[in-house]
Design a protein around this ligand. Structure first.
Ligand SMILES: Cc1cc2nc3c(=O)[nH]c(=O)nc-3n(C[C@H](O)[C@H](O)[C@H](O)COP(=O)(O)OP(=O)(O)OC[C@H]3O[C@@H](n4cnc5c(N)ncnc54)[C@H](O)[C@@H]3O)c2cc1C
Ligand code: FES
Length: 277
């Protein structure tokens, strides 16, 4: 689909509260022809525009095989996200997209895949998990590792349970702080690596979440022998144009909006802050 400077109008079809601060908005473009043409690849994002407030980048969490219906999980952190999170079904917003480079799903065909996420980081990889489960024979083993600060921060708990029922899929959860109901591991998400049953030498890793967590996980995978070109991260930077023109999302010689948001670790390792290991 041709990316435009002008937003399309999109109608909110459904608003679902995932937690006190996270809301999923499912939308459809009101122009039926544009909705029919819209295509995206897992890992791409849209710019959501709230009139008179502003515009922010948000990952697409819905299935790339039904691209006329688009879901976005929004964390209420500031002006625009707060306004978006308060919308109801029937309300309208502006939408530009899809933008950016998605996950290396073609390159990963025939290999194992390790999805590692933290916090709300799960959002950009949900369509990856849908994609692999739909084409189970095209990929090897799938491991889904997710870490949260407190066990009560876990959203989409039902999804993890459902994903664990799929063939050749291992789901592992970790929380730094937990209560007696927690059956996962206690500690950072890197503590889950020892429990992986798949062969890491034949795997692609796909990571999203807070940057210190991304960096710590990527360094651990490197130390365990994975090639930097097999470790992929989704990065976030403040954005304005999303077209590689304004420079707001500059990362070294790259633009996160256009060259990313998904990069392999070899491309960005020298540009990210060192983690506290
Ligand atoms: C490619 C990409 C994909 C994204 N996907 C999602 C998503 O799926 N769901 C989602 O909730 N958010 C996502 N974000 C982050 C989202 O764009 C920001 O939270 C949003 O821009 C904040 O704008 P605001 O007006 O609500 O807050 P502001 O009023 O601008 O800021 C409020 C607070 O949030 C911080 N903040 C602003 N931008 C970011 C950012 N990019 N990352 C972290 N903190 C930020 C500010 O420093 C400030 O402390 C994504 C960002 C990028 C670049
Ligand atoms: S947001 Fe303008 S160059 Fe990336």
């Amino acid at each position: 689909m041709t990316v435009t400077h002008c937003p399309y109008e999109a109608e909110i079809l459904e608003r679902r509260e995932e937690s006190v601060s996270i809301v999923t908005l499912t939308v459809r473009l009101t122009d039926a022809a544009a909705a029919g043409r819209f295509r995206f690849t897992p890992g791409q994002f849209n710019m959501l525009y709230l009139p008179e407030v502003g515009e922010i980048p948000v990952s697409i969490t819905s299935d790339a095989e039904t691209p006329d219906i688009l879901s976005h999980a929004i964390r209420d952190v500031g002006r625009v996200s707060h306004g978006l999170a308060r919308l109801e079904a029937g309300d309208r917003i502006g939408l530009r997209g899809p933008f950016g480079r998605g996950w290396p799903l073609l390159a990963a065909r025939g290999h194992n895949v390790i999805v590692i996420t933290g916090g709300l980081g799960c959002a950009p990889v949900v369509p990856v998990i849908d994609h692999i489960h739909r084409r189970r024979d095209d990929y090897g083993q799938l491991a889904i590792l997710h870490g949260v600060k407190h066990c009560s921060d876990l959203i989409w708990g039902d999804c993890y349970q459902e994903w664990a029922l799929h063939p050749d899929t291992q789901v592992l959860l970790a929380a730094d702080v937990c209560d007696t109901r927690w059956s996962g591991t206690i500690g950072p998400v890197t503590h889950l690596f020892d429990q992986l049953t798949l062969d890491r030498n034949d795997a692609f890793a796909m990571l999203c979440g807070p940057e210190p967590m991304l960096r710590a996980c990527a360094e651990q995978l490197l130390a365990d022998g994975m090639a930097a070109e097999r470790i992929w991260l989704s990065l976030e930077r403040n954005m304005q144009c999303a077209l590689g023109q304004c420079g707001h999302c500059q990362l070294g010689d790259r633009f996160v909006c256009k060259d990313g948001p998904v990069f392999h670790y070899g491309e960005v390792r020298h540009l990210l802050d060192k983690p506290d290991l």
